[in-house]
Design a binder for this molecule. Structure first.
Ligand SMILES: O=P(O)(O)O[C@H]1O[C@H](CO)[C@@H](O)[C@H]1O
Ligand SMILES: [Mn+2]
Ligand SMILES: [Mn+2]
Length: 404
């Protein structure tokens, strides 16, 4: 009974990648720096006993060369390593597709960091087709700050707030009640169709609620409209081979719903984790349960909230025994990330980092996997685990996942 569970800790980088200089990210280290910030503020180190047992701390120290300040450190008992990224960008789809065996080797389209930053013809066409009076924003921005700045004007005028970042994204924020959630999704679909020719990776709906700039808050109704991955991923291969590919959280959106056989949404870290273990109780043989833990990135990394990030990581750590307790003998648990988002780095964008590659099955011993050349090693390992044809990219390590 072969199954795999991936807990994808969104943005949990473990040290600057060798090409970090090309991204302005020299010295970034999401995990080591949030632990340092936590200790400085709280006066004592964070405890991550379960993640350290799975090799996260060994992986981070080997990748980033910086000490991780934690308490209750444990000897690693699983397989652990760290991977660099082949893909040209440090965005979410690139990281996810690469870990499923399809690195993004072409360049995405990006908007220039100017104001306005979107081409006039595109915005004119969007307004015409969507029947909206105009847009607000038209700039780079942080999604929460821009609500404080423009949320009230949006409610007054009915003009959605459109913004971007160093990622290949077009984000649209609109009020769930005054503008309407369905209308927001429709505008996003129109934008998606218009942006294909500019090679923009994602359009993201960012609905929010509240009555004034003092209390506007984004809701769990975010929706990502991704372009299709450029080639079939290991998800497609497993699904085509009769397996189950179960998306929890935004996985299905990130893979443009390709190769997904079941979808579950759940708002927030603990709901996502609870849904994962609930699904583990019933998922059949040949299932991949794939969970994206977005809060690390969205609520803490981009918000440059290092202490909040640390506390969320401790909640994740505390939940891990529940996941481990449900592992069957031919299950593998993989914990990894899609990019970094160092909460102590300048700006609010992702950081080009190594990601942890942790793999565990019942009864394993400490198994160092070393530095991996691509996130695709995860996809190739899944292909081996599920007896699928080999992927074009990735060096699998399924043979190392042996029980003692
Ligand atoms: O600031 P918010 O809206 O969270 O946006 C962030 O989320 C987007 C998608 O990951 C990134 O492009 C980044 O800008
Ligand atoms: Mn991400
Ligand atoms: Mn992000």
């Amino acid at each position: 009974m072969a199954r795999a569970i991936i807990l994808m800790a969104d943005s949990l980088g473990v040290g600057a990648a060798p090409d970090a200089d090309k991204f302005g990210d020299v010295g970034a280290n999401t995990l080591a720096h949030l632990l340092k910030a936590y200790k400085e503020e709280k006066g004592e180190a964070l405890a991550l006993p379960n993640l350290s047992k799975l090799g996260l701390i060994d992986a981070c120290e080997a990748a980033g060369g910086e000490p991780c300040l934690i308490s209750q450190r444990q000897q690693s008992t699983g397989a652990w390593g760290y991977a660099k990224e082949l893909s040209s960008g440090k965005d979410t789809p690139s990281g996810h597709w690469e870990m499923a065996g399809v690195p993004v080797l072409f360049d995405w389209g990006y908007f220039p960091n100017t104001q306005p930053c979107f081409p006039k013809e595109f915005i004119d066409e969007l307004c015409k087709r969507a029947d909206i009076p105009g847009i607000l924003g038209n700039c780079y921005g942080s999604g929460t700050v821009i609500l404080e700045q423009l949320g009230e004007e949006h409610v007054k005028t009915g003009m959605p707030i459109c913004y971007t970042s160093v990622d290949s994204v077009f984000q649209i924020a609109a009020h769930e009640q005054s503008f309407g959630l369905e209308k927001l999704y429709q505008v996003c679909e129109i934008a998606r169709a218009l942006l294909d020719e500019m090679n923009i990776g994602r359009v993201i709906a960012r609905p929010f609620i509240g009555t004034s700039s003092a209390d506007f808050i984004r809701t769990g109704n975010r929706r990502d409209y991704s372009v299709l991955p450029p080639a079939p991923t290991v998800l497609d291969k497993l699904a085509n081979n009769g397996g189950e590919v179960i998306s929890i959280g935004k996985i299905a959106d990130i893979y443009a719903h390709q190769g997904i056989t079941q979808k579950h949404k759940a708002p927030g870290l603990m709901n996502l984790l609870n849904k994962t273990t609930e699904v583990m109780d019933s998922a059949p043989d040949n299932s991949l349960i794939f969970t994206n833990l977005v809060d690390f990135d969205e609520k803490f990394g981009h918000r440059r909230n290092a202490v909040g990030y640390a506390q969320a990581l401790a909640e994740f750590d505390a939940f891990l025994p529940t996941v481990l307790g449900k592992l069957q003998d031919d299950d593998i648990l993989i914990i990894t990330a899609d990019h970094g988002c160092d909460p102590t780095a300048p700006g609010t964008d992702h950081t080009r980092e190594y990601v942890p590659v942790l793999a565990y099955r019942n009864g394993m011993n400490n198994t160092p996997l070393g530095e991996r050349n691509s996130f695709a090693d995860i996809g190739q390992t899944l292909a081996q685990w599920f007896n699928l044809e080999a992927l074009e990219y990735g060096d699998g390590f399924a043979d190392k996942l042996v029980t003692a």
